[in-house]
Ligand binder design. Structure first.
Ligand code: GLU
Length: 415
């Protein structure tokens, strides 16, 4: 079946929220469109001497609550509508977390796995060349997303700083520690997800020490969560997958060892003492917690009826379609929605911006404590809204977020 268009999914979620909140139609109309977007051409000299032109985007969705914020994705399947959806989700995510930022997202159509380090650096720098006038610590602050790294953030910060003629660490987050990065940013998305899962498990009286976990997607976020839930709670991570396939062991896998195997071979597949499992089958395993940590549209109306986990934790953006949402809710599953569950990343990005502005850096335990407080407050406000409106956790998270964005728009006199 054809995958739904992510921006249409994002708009359907918003429309549903508008209905729940009885939103004024003109306010609703304003929230359905990105405030501003950029389409850029990116000529790059390849190592073989050829010039190749890549295509890139930056969408600044809504800045009512503060400078726009959101990552840059390098992916062969990137589309403008994916970037629009991700920018809208960033707007809601920052509002749910009550951090003073709006939402944006960037993307480049490319396959970074096929680019040399030099090509990747030239591509990163030309992307900033194209948009540098429209970003900045007080305007729009990018960060990493799928297939972009701290090193890429360092090149981009450097390129922007050169244009400005001064060091501008605050223009981008997710940087390496040597150039203004924050302690704990690397694992922040996974750690934030863990804090929310811990709350939800407690509410369900699910003992994490005995819980089984399957993780779909083993990039930065999926790895960090798997490693932390195993390391700090002793949960049994029985399955892990990446874009090339998955592995299963009913007695549990050690995520750090799987990560070492992936670093050496390029994938989790053929990890010793495991049997293969496809990405599709992994989603339907009989586990307590299913972590979806890859891309959009993996839980659809097709497979939703067969999902058996008690908790579905969305570390990816947009992994569940609206049809699937309805099925999971009907079947009594707790879905921890992306704009809450994966918000640890942008929250520590916000901490990074604060540290850059003050030129004073916090230690890792301060970052963790502040992250825990933010995630807990957000979880509780979403839970409150779920009760108030008798809706599921995604609808509740949207209600919290949209109310906050609308309040800012009204207070500024926009609507
Ligand atoms: N790309 C991450 C996200 O989707 C982090 C964004 C950020 O740190 O600005 O939330």
């Amino acid at each position: 079946m054809e995958k739904p268009n992510p921006f249409e999914v994002a708009l359907r979620q918003l429309d549903e929220c508008a209905r729940i909140l009885k939103l004024d139609p003109s306010v609703h109309a304003m929230l359905r469109l990105p405030m501003r977007e950029f389409h850029v051409s990116l000529p790059v000299r390849m190592d073989n001497g050829e010039m190749r032109v890549f295509q890139g985007f930056r969408v600044q969705y809504n800045d009512a609550r503060g400078p726009t914020k959101g990552g840059i994705r390098f992916h062969p399947d990137e589309t403008i509508d994916t970037v629009r959806a991700l920018a809208a989700w960033m707007t809601w995510k920052c509002a749910v977390m009550e951090i003073p930022l709006g939402g944006a997202k960037g993307g480049v159509i490319c396959n970074p796995k096929e680019l040399s380090t030099g090509e990747l650096e030239r591509l990163s720098r030309i992307y900033i060349d194209r948009i540098w006038r429209y970003i900045g610590p007080e305007a729009d602050v990018p960060a990493p997303d799928v297939y972009t790294t701290p090193q890429i953030m360092a090149w981009m910060m450097d390129e922007y700083s050169k244009r400005c003629g001064s060091n501008q660490f605050g223009v981008i987050t997710g940087k390496p520690l040597a150039v203004g990065g924050s302690a704990g940013r690397d694992e922040a998305t996974g750690r934030g997800g863990l804090y929310v899962i811990r709350r939800a498990a407690n509410d369900l009286r699910l003992d994490l020490r005995r819980a089984t976990v399957a993780v779909q997607g083993f990039g930065n976020a999926g790895f960090a969560l798997a490693n932390l839930i195993r390391g700090s709670h002793g949960s049994r991570v029985v399955a892990i997958s990446d874009s090339k396939g998955g592995i299963y062991n009913e007695y549990g896998l050690e995520p750090w060892a799987v990560a070492e195997h992936k670093a050496a071979t390029g994938s989790v597949v053929e990890f010793p003492n495991s049997r293969p499992v496809s990405n599709e089958d992994l989603l339907e395993l009989n586990v307590d917690i299913l972590v979806v940590a890859a891309l959009e549209n993996v839980i659809t109306e097709d497979n939703a009826p067969r999902i058996r986990a008690k908790i579905v934790a969305e570390l990816a953006n947009g992994p569940t379609t609206p049809e699937a949402d309805a099925v999971l809710y009907r079947n009594g599953m707790v879905v921890l929605p992306d704009i809450l569950c994966n918000a640890g990343g942008v929250t520590v990005s916000y901490f990074e911006m604060v540290q850059n502005a003050y030129m004073y850096y916090w230690d890792e335990s301060a970052v963790q404590q502040r992250l825990d407080k933010k995630m807990t407050e957000a979880y509780l406000s979403v839970l409150d809204a779920a009760r108030k409106y008798s809706v599921n956790m995604r609808q509740a998270a949207y209600a919290v977020a949209v109310e906050r964005v609308v309040e800012a728009m009204k207070t500024r006199g926009w609507v």
